[in-house]
Every structure is written in C-alpha cells, then in structure tokens.
Design a protein around this ligand. Sequence first.
Ligand code: ADP
Length: 266
Amino acid sequence: MTDHAQYLIQQEPFYQPLHQEVELYQAAWDERLPVMIKGPTGCGKSRFVEYMAWKLGRPLITVACNEDMTASDLVGRYLLDADGTRWLDGPLTTAARIGAICYLDEIVEARQDTTVVIHPLTDHRRTLPLDKKGEQVAAHADFQLVISYNPGYQSLMKDLKQSTKQRFAALHFDYADPDHEADIIARETGTPRDQAVRLVKIAATARNLKGHGLDEGISTRLLVYAARLINRDIAPRLACRMALVDPITDDAEIRDTLYHAIDAVF
Ligand code: ADP
C-alpha cells in the first residue's frame, strides 16, 4: 500500500488569493467535482492547487502531461523484474486508491486517447478500469481530479474534446492585477516593493504585445526570476533582459521594444 504521507504538503505554500477562487474550489472539493484551471503559463495555477491541497490536508500527486504520454503512464503497467512480472500503479491509480488530489498539468499536451482514461473517474462511476490487470479501482471518497490548461495554445489539433471538457467545473485564472502582482513578487522574493512595481510595469508592455508578435506575455514566474537575479546584485537591466525578454522571443524587433521598456523603467 502506498504511504500517502509522502504526498502531503508539509508547509503552507504562499498563495495570494485574487478573486473567490479559494471558496469556489472549496465548494467543488466538498462535492468532489473535477476541476479545470484555465490560464496562461506561470500565472499561479499550480501554486493554487498546492495551496488548496495543503489547506484541505490532502495528498497531491502532480503529473506534467506531454504528447508522448500514454494511458499506461497514468494508469500503470506490468514490469519485469527478477521475480517475474509485477504490476506498478501509475500516478492516477495511486491517487484514486489513496484519495489524493491528482493534478494533471497541461492536459492538452496529452493525446486524446490518453485523456479518455480519466472519463470513468469523472462521472458517477468514480472508477478506474485497469484493463491489463483486469481490475476496477473504485476511487477513494477523497479522490479529486484537477487539470490545468492554457487556452492560449488552443488549436484544432490541440484542444480537449467536448466530452472531456464537460466533465469539469472550470476556474479561469489570469495574471494578478498590478498591485497584487507586485505584492506577490515582493513576498516571494523579498525584493523591495518599488522594485516589484517596476517589474510589473515591464510585464504590462509585453502583455500588450500578445497577439502582435508575442504568443504569450511575461509570466509572474519570470518576474519572480528577474527579482531573484536582481537580489543577486545583477544590474536590473541585465536581469530583466535575461529573465523577462530573451526567454520569450527570438524576434529582434520585439526584443528591442521590450529592451526599451526595461530602460524606461530601470
Ligand atoms: P502555472 O500557472 O504555470 O501553474 P505557477 O503556479 O507555477 O504557474 O506560478 C508561477 C509562480 O508565480 C509561482 O511560483 C509563484 O512564485 C508566482 N505566483 C503566481 N501567482 C501567485 C499567487 N496568486 N500567489 C502566490 N504566488 C503566485
């Protein structure tokens, strides 16, 4: 039997609530509804799920989804060892057995034939069939499924099927408003608030370029990186180029625009 203690979050993660997401999630949890968290990368989705798992005192099992992932990677497989074959539960099966919150991060990255394995867990059945093993796992009463996805990357090739979407209640996330985002950066990195405010201003310029040469704006995660580099005595302009601009664009014109935005602030 898997020890569920290893999946418990020991210390309260810092999470700054922005709207009513904590109450809404709590209600969804009370009903054991599957939850979908939508929003751009680096805006706080995973941090929120960690925080909620801590607050609810539930173990959290996170899976970073990718296109090579198969149903067996989620459900489990037989392994060959010295004593013959042995079944090894996958993370979804472990979560269903121990009553964890299973967080499938960036679910659209997974192929649709992989995604469908979650279906029987998300309706009244709350079971997970292990076809290869010939076992039906009845989900623990505290099991909950949470998925995240970034609607920005949505395309016809990469989207969830309606039959999958319509199994979830959704919470819409976005970058925090400037005041809260500055608080988050200051709190997360110990950087002075006025410095955090300047970083947020640079992000605003980049976020306005979304759809005009940038696929995605500068995330809160990258602002945190920039503050950490500045804390290491890297000159702010250099830190911002390194953390905020160079990772997100290869386009010389956009880069220059953003370099100018940095120079106007620092
Ligand atoms: P994603 O949306 O990609 O899952 P994360 O949850 O990893 O993003 O957030 C990236 C970083 O942004 C976190 O590590 C944290 O530093 C910061 N962050 C964003 N929003 C919040 C928030 N509301 N409260 C606390 N930290 C936040």
